[in-house]
Design a protein around this ligand. Structure first.
Ligand SMILES: NC(=O)c1ccc[n+]([C@@H]2O[C@H](COP(=O)([O-])OP(=O)(O)OC[C@H]3O[C@@H](n4cnc5c(N)ncnc54)[C@H](O)[C@@H]3O)[C@@H](O)[C@H]2O)c1
Ligand SMILES: O=C(O)C[C@H](O)C(=O)O
Length: 353
């Protein structure tokens, strides 16, 4: 039985670890009894957790009742972000990990890894302009996944998603741990934008609108299927042109408005949290979870393609058919496939060559 002063000393030593022991900032509740996780649930890691997306995403995951343990990894600032979030009185226990030497600790035992690490665009750049920096970051982080949690579901956010997902797949293949059903590129923000912009045009509540967005996550590869809108709706040719262009350029709209300080972070964190929640509900065994995602696919002849998938205990459990496309969408699909082919090839070659 510990004395009161011993209990307080134990808590204080966790709250203010000597800097030489910063390898894991495991913050305890006031009782000092929560180091192993207080609620049943899943263990989630965010890699790039101190960034523009990472921080609000970490907060939303800390609020998710399905999460029991939340690991926050970055190359900067995780002790502060971890200390801050750990004061929220929600169930998930938060632990911070700083720098490459702590990557493996951050990933050990994790069920769901969410990766928003990497540089964002500035005005005038395409997502592909981020390839040279982000490809290496994604490779390093995915190598950590192969070592420490090869069965985890991976949600990949870092751009260019059309290439980073193929990069991750090649890293996993090389290590012999690849399970295509567990690697998912996050395209939920495209769906969120489509639902929002279509709801504005139709005068509806965006929560009641659903637009499948297929293809990929860059420019013309973002293909909203307005003909498959829920609720069923018809659009004039002008509305189709306006909506398609706005959905495809939603990211650029934010990059330009932020004028050099970054790209979408808050809407992305919201979208990523929704998608992660869907993955966790799938892992729990909930039925009927359908989301759009950029995944290894047989829906078209391309090896990777974003479309509606059903999520379950194994990750992607079913590919839903593309459904009937109108002439405008068929033309859009051909353009999307041409660009996707190049982006996929670029990602695969980065690891193979
Ligand atoms: N998929 C999508 O829909 C979508 C939407 C928005 C942004 N993004 C992309 O997400 C990425 C992050 O955007 P952001 O606005 O959060 O950028 P940011 O610069 O604000 O944050 C990125 C974070 O990654 C960290 N980081 C860098 N290298 C790392 C490494 N090797 N290991 C761990 N962490 C590392 C940085 O320290 C930083 O904290 C960008 O590539 C951006 O283009 C994707
Ligand atoms: O546009 C970007 O560069 C970030 C992201 O891909 C987005 O769609 O907002």
């Amino acid at each position: 039985m510990q004395s009161s002063s011993e209990r307080i000393a134990r808590i204080a030593s966790h709250l203010h670890p000597p800097s030489s022991q910063m390898e894991e900032t495991s913050l305890l509740g006031r009782s000092g009894c929560r180091a192993k996780g207080g609620t049943p649930g899943f263990k989630v890691a965010i890699l790039g957790a101190a960034g523009g997306i990472g921080q609000p995403l970490a907060m939303l995951m800390k609020m998710n009742p399905l999460v029991s343990v939340l690991h926050l990894y970055d190359v900067v600032n995780t002790p502060g972000v971890t200390a801050d979030l750990s004061h929220m009185n929600t169930g998930a226990v938060v632990r911070g990990f700083l720098g490459q030497a702590q990557l493996d600790n951050a990933l050990t035992g994790i069920d769901l890894v969410i990766i928003p690490a990497g540089v964002p665009r500035k005005p005038g750049m395409t997502r592909d302009d981020l390839f040279n920096i982000n490809a290496g970051i994604v490779r390093t982080l995915c190598e950590g996944v192969t070592r420490c949690c090869p069965n985890a579901i991976v949600n990949l956010i870092s751009n260019p998603v059309n290439s980073t997902v193929p990069i991750a797949a090649e890293v996993f293949k090389k290590a012999g741990t690849y399970n295509p059903r567990r690697l998912l590129g996050v395209t939920t923000l495209d769906v969120a934008r489509a639902n929002t912009f279509v709801a504005e045009v139709l005068g509806l509540d965006p929560r009641n609108v659903n637009i499948p967005v297929v293809g990929g996550h860059a420019g013309v590869t973002i293909l909203p299927l307005l003909s498959q809108a829920t609720p069923p709706s018809s659009f004039t040719p002008e509305e189709v042109a306006y909506l398609t262009e706005r959905i495809q350029n939603g990211g650029t709209e934010v990059v330009e408005a932020k004028a050099g300080t970054g790209s979408a972070t808050l809407s992305m964190a919201y979208a990523a949290a929704q998608f992660a929640d869907a993955c966790l509900r799938g892992l729990r065994g909930d039925a009927g979870i359908v989301e759009c995602s950029y995944v290894a696919s047989q829906v078209t002849e391309l090896p990777f393609f974003a479309s509606s998938v059903r999520l379950g205990r194994g990750g992607v459990e079913e590919f839903l058919p593309l459904g009937p496309l109108n002439e405008f969408e068929r033309a859009g699909l051909e353009k999307a496939k041409k660009e996707l082919t190049e982006s996929i090839h670029k990602g695969v070659s980065f690891i193979k060559s």
